[in-house]
Ligand binder design. Structure first.
Ligand SMILES: *Cc1c(COP(=O)(O)O)cnc(C)c1O
Length: 222
C-alpha cells in the first residue's frame, strides 16, 4: 500500500477551496511523515495524549486539529498544540477552553459540533442550544476562543440520500448562523463535514473542510 499515492488521489478530488484534514489518529509517525513530505500540513487527532506525543516527534509547521471528543481535564494539555478544535459540543466545554486558553495567553479557534445524525450516540448541539449559546452574555465575554464555524457528522449509513439531507441541513444552519450572529465576522467561515465514505457528498453540499483518515492511511488498528 502506497500512502503517498492514496494521499495524492484524495487530494486530486478536492476543489481548491476545500481544506483537507488528514486524520492520522492511531497511525504511526512514520506514516504521517510520509504524507507530510507529500505536502500535507493539516493533521487531525482525536486523543490528547496521542496528539501531544506526535507533536513532539514531527515537524513544527504541522497544523494540528483536535477532532475528537475532548474531555475537560485534557484541555490544558491540548491547547498549546492545536490550531483548531472541531468538536466543541457543550457550552461548558467552550467555557473551559476559554479559561485554559486565557491561562496560556492564547486564543483557541473552535468549531461548534452540531447534532445532525439521527443516531443517539453522536455528540453535538441542537439548533436551539446553538442559538442560546451564541446569544448569551457569557459567550460574548469569552476573550480566548474564536468560533470559526460549525462541524457535524452524518449518520453512519449506506443511505446516501439521508447523509446528503443531513449535510444540507447543516449547511442551511451554518448560513443562518452566519447571517444572524457572524455577519461582520469573516473568521466564521468553516463548515467541517465529510469523512472517507461521504466527503464527496459533503463537498457538494457546501463543506469547506473534510476530515479524511482511512482513504489516506488505510484501516486503523485499534
Ligand atoms: C476518525 C474520524 C474521522 C476520519 O474518519 P475516516 O472514516 O477514517 O475518514 C473524521 N472525523 C472524526 C470526528 C473522526 O473521529
Amino acid at each position: 500500500m502506497d500512502i503517498l499515492a492514496q494521499y495524492q488521489q484524495v487530494k486530486n478530488t478536492l476543489p481548491s477551496n476545500v481544506k483537507l484534514v488528514a486524520v492520522s489518529k492511531f497511525h504511526p509517525v512514520e506514516k504521517i511523515q510520509a504524507v507530510y513530505e507529500g505536502g500535507q500540513r493539516i493533521f487531525g487527532e482525536s486523543r490528547a495524549q496521542e496528539l501531544c506525543n506526535k507533536t513532539s516527534l514531527l515537524p513544527s509547521d504541522i497544523e494540528w486539529h483536535f477532532i475528537g471528543h475532548l474531555q475537560t481535564n485534557k484541555i490544558k494539555h491540548v491547547i498549546p498544540h492545536v490550531s483548531l478544535i472541531h468538536g466543541v459540543d457543550t457550552f461548558h466545554l467552550l467555557a473551559e477552553i476559554d479559561k485554559e486558553s486565557g491561562k496560556a495567553n492564547k486564543v483557541t479557534r473552535c468549531l461548534l459540533q452540531m447534532h445532525i445524525a439521527q443516531e443517539e450516540t453522536k455528540f453535538g448541539l441542537s439548533e436551539q442550544e446553538l442559538y442560546n449559546l451564541l446569544a448569551s452574555d457569557s459567550f460574548r465575554q469569552m476573550k480566548h476562543v474564536q468560533v470559526c464555524g460549525l462541524m457535524g457528522m452524518a449518520s453512519n449509513t449506506d443511505n446516501m440520500d439521508k447523509v446528503r439531507n443531513e449535510f444540507r441541513g447543516l449547511k442551511q444552519l451554518f448560513d443562518k448562523t452566519k447571517k444572524q450572529f457572524f455577519a461582520e465576522t469573516p473568521s466564521f467561515c468553516e463548515l467541517s463535514m465529510g469523512m472517507s465514505h461521504d466527503y464527496t457528498i459533503a463537498i457538494e453540499e457546501g463543506s469547506t473542510m473534510v476530515r479524511i483518515g482511512t482513504s489516506i492511511f488505510g484501516e486503523r488498528e485499534y
